[in-house]
Design a protein around this ligand. Structure first.
Ligand code: PAF
Length: 283
């Protein structure tokens, strides 16, 4: 086995390799990432290795999904560390274009995300999902995967992309992979690197609170009162601000006023100091 992972930086080179794989009848799995890889990403690569013949990981910090006030320049980057982890995970190819390759001079088309993008994250991060759908549509066209793997930690993102693929007849199957957590329950995220030691101790309360809320809803609790009580628990745990804490239909993301028998999801976003954490669990 080689001791460096194959890294490709131009669409031209990528197409040559993927065309050859397809000619040989190999299936392709894509794991789209923005780098700063952790065990959650590696679990996606493992799924790609298991379910397809060739595992491609894209690393691209996508500027179009960050608002001007967001953390694009602060976003953690560690290409050398990422490549080592991807080599260890037996990745077949790393697709790592630069911004000019992804968005060449004159680029001006975008994919507008559908109805599942309109609130939750969409309400706090306008245009975020349009950036995600645009870059993922490009990644799907560039890599032509049979299957693409996404972490359920970004549950709304997964739902928005599933809607895009369905609406635009993009021939790729999307698989959502359960969230990887630290032993204390905190969902793995590249943004956890921003937490101070004291904030890191508080952070697992998010998972504890949304899990308890999901259990209460499953047991038939009144959703609005259970949500209000859960928000109070987050505040007393030390979360400065809750952007949202909601119980939603797991497919449409429409608000769920009662446990109707349809699958539901609890989704939350809140702030610890300057760091915004998101998490979700099934009811
Ligand atoms: O989840 C992410 O890391 C990004 O939103 C994605 C899907 C790679 C698109 O840039």
């Amino acid at each position: 086995m080689s001791d460096i992972v194959k890294i490709v930086r131009t669409v031209h080179d990528l197409r040559k390799i993927t065309a050859e794989w397809r000619d040989r009848g190999h299936t392709i799995g894509l794991v789209p990432t923005m780098g700063a890889l952790h065990a959650g990403h590696i679990s996606l690569v493992k799924q790609a290795k298991k379910k397809t013949d060739r595992a491609v990981v894209s690393i691209f910090v996508n500027p179009t999904q960050f608002a001007p006030n967001e953390d694009l320049s602060r976003y953690p980057r560690d290409e050398a560390g990422d490549l080592k982890k991807l080599l260890d995970a037996d990745t077949d190819l790393v697709w790592a274009p630069n911004v000019a390759e992804m968005y060449p001079e004159g680029f001006s088309t975008s994919v507008r995300a559908g109805s599942t993008a309109k609130d939750l994250e969409g309400a706090f991060r306008p245009h975020h999902f349009d950036g995600v759908t645009t870059v993922c549509a490009k990644l799907f066209n560039q890599v032509t995967p049979n299957v693409a793997f996404f972490g359920e930690k970004d549950f709304q993102q997964f739902t928005v992309l599933r809607q895009m693929v369905r609406d635009l007849d993009i021939p790729v199957k999307l698989i959502g992979v359960p969230t990887k957590r630290d032993a204390d329950g905190l969902a793995l995220s590249s943004r956890n690197a921003y937490l101070s030691e004291a904030e890191r101790k508080i952070a697992p309360a998010l998972y504890a609170v949304i899990s308890a809320l999901a259990a209460e809803v499953a047991a038939g609790a009144d959703i609005p009162s259970a949500v209000t009580a859960a928000k109070r628990k987050l505040a007393s745990a030390g979360f400065a601000k809750v952007d949202y804490l909601e119980v939603r239909d797991a497919e449409t993301l429409d608000p769920a006023a009662t446990a109707s028998g349809r699958p539901l999801r609890v989704l939350a976003a809140c702030w610890l100091g300057k760091t915004r954490l998101i998490d979700n669990v099934a009811v």
